[in-house]
Design a protein around this ligand. Structure first.
Ligand code: NAD
Ligand code: UDX
Length: 461
């Protein structure tokens, strides 16, 4: 016997809650899916009739929202009511790195998790399955259980099962990842609760892909998976520096090592350093956890993955300054791409942020173009101040970003940057003109034939 789920509530309508619930609603027409958030603007945008204005940009997402919204997919600010009618509640709220207090700079800030648990404890009715969807430090389920059961009045008939179901989607490919996941991980103690969640996934995912573990393995697997992925990026980025001084080509090295099936070819793409809301936060969290258990060598090991990432970002700024005769003061630089990767409008921890800030400090005049990130978002990320007026502008036109520039810096691997018209760009730029490609996506020969100087990360010849 498993628990029959008819009403789902998801707390948190962000980059995980929105797409995940859209895919569940699309595959489970018999379930009502209510996504709730305290952020009114976000909910208004999820309910926008102009589907290009949804708060999260993901290929394929708008089509699903169009199909299911108002039928079995609903977005609302009424958190309490939707908790009260739910059989299953997903907690998909943010868990950023703590900014102050104990563990600041490393530990996850769990205040939104705690707040969600308190709301569930107060407003839920009857038997409720609570699913940890957010990425959490090991043993958080214990805290959630304590909060849920702590305030329980024995006569209110409330009963909770807490299970962990971490999300492995990557932004930019979220719908595809959710539709065809490598695995679905469910950690928990109560077989009926696990079965209830498994039954939801079985509507579109094969049973062999569903892995069940104990709660703590599930929570730790999520942190570890992100740490391993990020570690590969720091590894290849560290070797890119060696390639530049030796005349080796990082793209060739990546192919050569990736063909060894024991290594594999994924996540070996050199770049300006990893960004996104997860990798840095989750590794910092892992480091904190290791220090807490006095495993300092293990903590130091994972900390290095983050250190190399920061160093890679700094390296790119230094390289640009060096190529432009040691100074960029008053020079115009076109920044192509601001999102942390292609196919998303998310800018959290984008390497473009640190690099643009450093370039502004060096006195450059930046003109930034990104096809999906708006100017307000860019200004917010760069802490726009009055003094930046002459140093920062944004444009909705790719080629305008290149006008009179001494250099253009490709930061995000958007498709349209792979087909740049270098002849046009070359006539628009000041000479000598540089193209610095931190994603290694351009046709170097075409750029050079058009009279441009070219530098790719990990390829300096
Ligand atoms: P997000 O910031 O985009 O969304 C979280 C939302 O939760 C926000 O809109 C916020 O207003 C809302 N919220 C917070 N407290 C609330 C409350 N008490 N009631 C109602 N709403 C509340 O974050 P995200 O990127 O969706 O990430 C959510 C979690 O999933 C994090 O733990 C993250 O580590 C994890 N995760 C993220 C990704 C990713 O690619 N973004 C992938 C896997 C896992
Ligand atoms: C990551 C994990 O991949 C996903 O499983 C988890 O659920 C959330 O965190 P995400 O951050 O959305 O997903 O995107 P991802 O594709 O992993 O890229 C993260 C960063 O690494 C981006 O800045 C990307 O450009 C960079 N990256 C990725 C590289 O520099 N090289 C690569 O080979 C892959």
């Amino acid at each position: 016997m498993s628990i029959d789920i008819k009403q789902i509530c998801c707390i948190g309508a962000g980059y995980v809650g929105g797409p995940t619930m859209a895919v569940i609603a699309d595959n489970c027409h018999h379930i009502q899916v209510n996504v709730v958030d305290i952020n009114k603007t976000r909910i208004t945008n999820w309910n926008n009739d102009d589907f290009s204005k949804l708060p999260v940009y993901e290929p394929g997402l708008a089509e699903i929202v169009k199909r299911r919204r108002g039928i079995n997919l609903h977005f609302s600010c009424d958190v309490n009511h939707n908790i009260s009618i739910a059989d299953m509640i997903f907690i998909s709220v943010n868990t950023p790195t703590k900014l102050k207090g104990i563990g600041a700079g490393q530990a996850s800030d769990l205040k939104w998790i705690e707040e969600s648990a308190r709301q569930i404890s107060k407003y839920s009715k009857g038997e409720t399955i609570v699913v940890e969807k957010s990425t959490l430090p090991v043993k958080t389920a214990e805290t959630i259980k304590l909060i849920l059961n702590g305030s329980k009045d024995k006569s209110d008939g409330k009963k909770f099962h807490v299970i962990s179901n971490p999300e492995f989607l990557a932004e930019g490919s979220a719908i595809d990842d959710l539709s065809h996941p490598d695995r679905v991980l469910i950690g928990g103690e109560n077989d009926q609760a696990i079965k209830a969640l498994e039954n939801i996934y079985l509507n579109w995912i094969n049973k062999e892909k569903i892995l069940t573990t104990n709660l703590w393995s599930s929570e730790l697997s999520k942190l570890t998976a992100n740490a391993f992925l990020a570690q590969r990026i720091s590894s290849i980025n560290s070797i890119s520096a060696l390639c530049e001084v030796t005349g080796a080509n990082i793209n060739e090295v990546a192919i050569a090592i990736g063909m060894d099936h024991r290594i594999g070819s994924k996540f070996l793409k050199v770049g300006p350093g990893f960004g996104g809301s997860c990798f840095k936060k989750d590794i910092l969290n892992l480091v904190y956890l290791c220090r807490y258990y006095n495993l300092n060598e293990v903590a130091d090991y994972w900390q290095k993955v983050i250190d190399i990432n920061f160093w890679q970002q700094k390296r790119i700024t230094h390289k640009l300054v060096k190529k432009l005769f040691g100074t960029i003061s008053g020079k115009k630089i076109g920044i192509l791409g601001f999102a942390f990767k292609a196919n998303t409008n998310d800018t959290r921890e984008s390497p473009a942020i640190q690099i643009c800030k450093d370039l502004i400090i060096e006195g450059a005049e930046l003109r930034i173009y990104d096809p999906k990130v708006n100017n307000l978002q860019i200004e917010k990320e760069l802490d726009f101040k009055e003094s930046f007026t002459n140093h920062l502008s944004t444009t909705a036109n790719l080629y305008e970003a290149c006008l009179d520039a001494d250099a253009i810096l490709i930061m995000t691997e958007w498709e349209e940057f792979k087909r740049l018209d270098f002849t046009k760009i070359s006539t628009m730029m000041r000479k000598p003109s540089w193209v610095l490609d931190t994603r290694n996506i351009i046709d170097r020969k075409k750029a050079k034939d058009a009279g441009l100087n070219v530098w790719n990360v990990g390829v300096d010849y």
